[in-house]
Design a protein around this ligand. Structure first.
Ligand code: NAI
Ligand code: MG
Length: 493
């Protein structure tokens, strides 16, 4: 076990040593208040030097009419302290409510989500005693940009946005982290055999950056087989860096195979702020019963103590927590007859940790954070501008008819500048020479190529289509960048 993995980059707060560090605090919903009280009691007893500013977020705030679950005052505190210790909240189901977690991560630029996943063998049951994996998940973009549209009767779309700076920031973070904490290997997970441009960029940036870290072993996995191996032979992985959606999924897989997602803490770190929380949600099914396991939030507080420059307190809390686990003092979710010594509630678990402050685990590797090196992330360099050339346009049409009939209509109405190249339906070619077996929806992508094309020509083309009554629902420009194709070909093109 490498306990150092809870060590995060240093911050501006290091220079405040001596003064209490201001941290924004939210008790959350469901089991949130119980596990937060337990964690705060431990922090206080351990001598954490923190001035908490309490804010209200979540269910009550949503229901009071703030559709993002947070008030302007709360934002003010978050921006001032730059550190957020947060209990889970309940996101109301149904339309109109935005996920507060996603909003906070993106608004504060918390681009790096890290989740250490570690087996606690033999104290917590797991099929995989040797798991020691750190998942580094990109936190701001990908399909979580939340840009979705319904375009026709049949078809809905979600935009997957991957940016070069986004890839550079997260991949560099993963390597810097690995270097600072003596991790041996960084694995990249993508699906670039299918998504050649977006996931292809992530993989490409990984290959560009890895050469700057020759002492660190690297590999790349297609996400499906990578996830299968993570679930089956996790010991072959060390640090895994991946994009937002894949990271969301594999970080739950990695946490679960260590025994329980209820034990996980995580950090969300950016250039200006950081947020620390448990991995699990607000567990309304067990709220108010003093049975929730506060460990996820306690371990999140260990990450936070590192971040605000109080590594000795982090060590004390983490070691006492491990000793409690070793002593078999367990909450119901990890309690096992015969192996555990005592089944305790949330409050009693916190008291047991407090009793053990100053002690160290005997079998689990003890935490030691005072030698961990903080690291600075370099600003993302602005790349050389490339020559962008408009070479065509995809016009997506809502059309209830055959591909041939659509092609005829389009060709009859288009301006002379463009040539209809291909029509696809959900990405597969249906004109020219489609085959009758292809299932078609009412959503057709009609690709036009053009020479010496401009946005004025695009406007003229669309005006012509509007006049002809063609129902176009969206367009995508086709660009070359320094002569390299900046769009994918249709399947069958
Ligand atoms: P959940 O993580 O709250 O619960 C899943 C299962 O794990 C439940 O059976 C629960 O009792 C158990 N569990 C979770 N934490 C536990 C703990 N500390 N000790 C013992 N057992 C624990 O996930 P669920 O039920 O899908 O979501 C409930 C609510 O939480 C939803 O409103 C969801 O939106 C929200 N949520 C909030 C998050 C956050 O604020 N970061 C993250 C995930 C979900
Ligand atoms: Mg998740």
């Amino acid at each position: 076990m490498s306990a150092q993995d809870f060590n995060l980059p240093g911050t501006q707060f290091e220079k405040l040593s001596g003064e209490a560090v201001p941290v924004t605090l939210a008790h959350g919903d469901g089991i949130g208040p119980e596990i937060m009280e337990a964690s705060l009691k431990i922090l206080e007893a351990a001598g954490a030097h923190i001035a908490f500013e309490k804010i209200d977020i979540g269910e009550r705030v949503y229901n009071a009419g703030h559709s993002a679950g947070i008030t302007p005052d709360a934002w003010e505190s978050l921006r001032r302290t730059g550190v957020f210790f947060k209990a889970p909240i309940t996101t109301p189901q149904g339309g109109g409510f935005k996920s507060l977690n996603v909003t906070i991560r993106k608004s504060l630029g918390l681009y790096a989500n890290t989740r250490p996943c570690l087996s606690l063998t033999p104290f917590v049951d797991t099929k995989h005693p040797g798991v020691d994996v750190l998942i580094v998940r990109e936190n701001e973009e990908d399909l979580y940009a939340g840009i979705e549209h319904r375009q026709t009767q049949d078809v809905y779309q979600c935009l997957k946005l991957i940016s070069r700076p986004g890839c550079e920031k997260i991949i560099r973070f993963a390597f810097e982290y690995a270097r600072a904490h003596g991790r041996k290997k960084v694995s990249c997970f993508t699906k670039d055999n299918i998504m050649k441009l977006t996931d292809g960029l992530f993989h490409k940036v990984f290959d560009e950056i890895k050469v700057e870290y020759p002492e660190i072993e690297t590999d790349h996995w297609i996400i499906d087989i990578g996830t299968a191996r993570l679930a089956d032979t996790p010991e072959i992985f060390d640090v895994i860096v991946t994009s937002n959606l894949y990271g969301d999924i594999i970080s739950d897989v990695a946490a679960q195979i260590t025994g329980s997602v209820g034990l996980g803490g995580s950090s969300n770190v950016g250039q200006h702020a950081a947020m620390f929380e448990a991995v699990h949600g607000s567990a309304p099914d067990i709220a108010g019963q003093n049975i929730a396991n506060p460990s996820g939030l306690i371990l999140a507080s260990v990450l936070m103590l590192q971040h605000i420059g109080q590594p000795e307190v982090a060590e004390r809390v983490h070691n006492a927590w491990m000793k409690t686990i070793e002593d078999g003092v367990h909450t119901g979710d990890i309690y096992k007859e015969g192996r555990s010594a005592e089944k305790v509630g949330t409050k009693e678990f916190a008291d047991a940790v407090i009793e053990r402050l100053g002690q160290e685990p005997k079998i689990l590797a003890k935490a030691s954070y005072q030698t961990g090196r903080a690291f600075e992330l370099p600003e993302v360099a602005k790349p050389e501008p490339q020559k962008k050339e408009l070479v065509g346009i995809d016009v997506f049409c809502d059309w209830d008819g055959s591909a041939d009939a659509l092609a005829e209509q389009l060709q009859g109405s288009a301006t002379s500048k463009v040539k209809l190249e291909i029509i696809t339906n959900r990405g597969v070619k249906v004109w020219p020479e489609g085959i009758p077996e292809t299932f078609c929806t009412d959503h057709w992508r009609c690709r036009f190529s053009a020479e010496d094309f401009s946005n004025a020509d695009v406007a003229e083309l669309l005006t012509a289509f509007a006049t002809a009554g063609i129902d176009f629902v969206k367009t995508e420009h086709l660009y070359n960048f320094d002569g390299e194709r900046g769009y994918s070909l249709g399947q069958g093109q």
